[in-house]
Design a protein around this ligand. Structure first.
Ligand code: AHG
Ligand code: MN
Ligand code: MN
Length: 317
């Protein structure tokens, strides 16, 4: 990880990109950043203003909806519509894609990722994926930008590496990390260990292998799991290692959603020299057939992800 001394703002960074649509993209990213700031402010005082807890409803995916999920969805949606540059929005909190205009970007987003952490003051964040519109169902390889913002940091890729921007005293996002690179191999794994009995044998064998003692290969790995993809991925991006939400018994596609969780994180991982896979295929290559489709996700350091794939394929014992 290289800390940079050049004080470039998020807006200036996007405008300086090699993309021909850099100025339009800068407007969209800037609006997402402003939405992120608004959400962070609301989160900071949520307990004081009755914004914690659930709405009592479930979303299209059968998950309990928190008050802040819905509120943040409105904030991100309004921010994106205001740009006049977006044709269609896909959100975790909306059953169907929302058509906004005939032309413009397709933006897929998870307004609050990790919402099970909301009521315990844990880390949550917004994930976004920007593609050329107006088709909302496109492969991850079509992404023009992707990023996430846990609290006061925005991590972004425009396909030219990964940079991170930190909110300064003046309310500007200023680059704090440039050209982030994931180590080829890490020392931690991140998975919901309580689900072990639901995994396929290859995943179980791989995690067992990580737990064995062998100093030559840096084992055992440490275990880290927040239960918030933005937080678990952020650590994996900075320090290396592997994050897994694999296929499970009764849930062959795992839990995470392709369009606004797996694909944007895959774009970031690859741009930082890492890998992202279902265990059998590259996440970025999957063409979605439905807006909320789920995929198993193995993401992180290239060597760690490759080894996990070998176990799934039965090549490593
Ligand atoms: P969301 O809060 O947007 O529904 O996403 C939750 C996701 C993700 O953030 C996290 O990695 C995973 O669910 C945790 O799931 P488990 O509680 O099953 O481990
Ligand atoms: Mn999520
Ligand atoms: Mn969410």
């Amino acid at each position: 990880m290289k800390m940079t001394s050049s004080p470039i703002t998020l807006d200036a960074y996007v405008r300086a990109s090699r993309r021909s649509d850099a100025d339009s993209l800068a407007v969209v990213v800037d609006h997402l950043a402003e939405a992120g700031k608004t959400i962070a402010q609301q989160l900071a005082q949520a307990a004081l203003i009755g914004q914690l807890g659930t709405t009592g409803t479930t979303n299209v995916q059968g998950e309990s909806v928190k008050k802040l999920d819905l509120w943040a969805n409105e904030v991100v949606m309004a921010a994106l519509e205001e740009t006049g540059l977006v044709s269609v929005l896909v959100s975790e909190e909306m059953d169907e894609p929302r058509r906004v205009a005939p032309a413009g970007y397709a933006v897929c987003f998870d307004p609050v990722d990790g919402s099970s952490n909301l009521d315990v003051n844990g880390i949550v964040g917004t994930i976004f994926s920007i593609r050329p519109g107006p088709d909302p169902l496109q492969r991850g390889t079509n992404q023009v930008a992707a990023g996430y913002g846990p609290s006061t940091v925005i991590v972004l890729t425009l396909g030219e590496g990964v940079d991170a921007f930190t909110l300064d005293d003046g309310g500007r996002f200023v680059r704090s990390h440039s050209c982030l690179r994931m180590p080829a191999r890490g020392r931690t794994f991140s998975v919901n260990d309580g689900h072990t009995a639901k995994w396929e044998p290859g995943i179980r064998r791989y995690i067992d292998w990580l737990r064995e003692i062998d100093s030559a290969s840096g084992r055992p790995y440490g275990a880290r799991y927040v239960g918030s993809l933005v937080a678990d991925f952020h650590r994996t991006l900075l320090e290396g290692g592997v994050y897994l939400y694999p296929a499970e018994m009764g849930r062959a596609s795992g839990k995470l959603r392709l369009q606004y969780e797996a694909a944007p994180m895959a774009f970031l991982a690859e741009q930082a020299g890492g890998r992202a896979s279902t265990g059998r295929e590259r996440i970025m290559n999957i063409r979605p057939t439905t807006p909320h489709q789920r995929v198993p996700l193995l993401i992180g350091s290239a060597e760690d992800v490759s080894l996990a794939e070998s176990y799934i394929a039965g090549r490593a014992a």
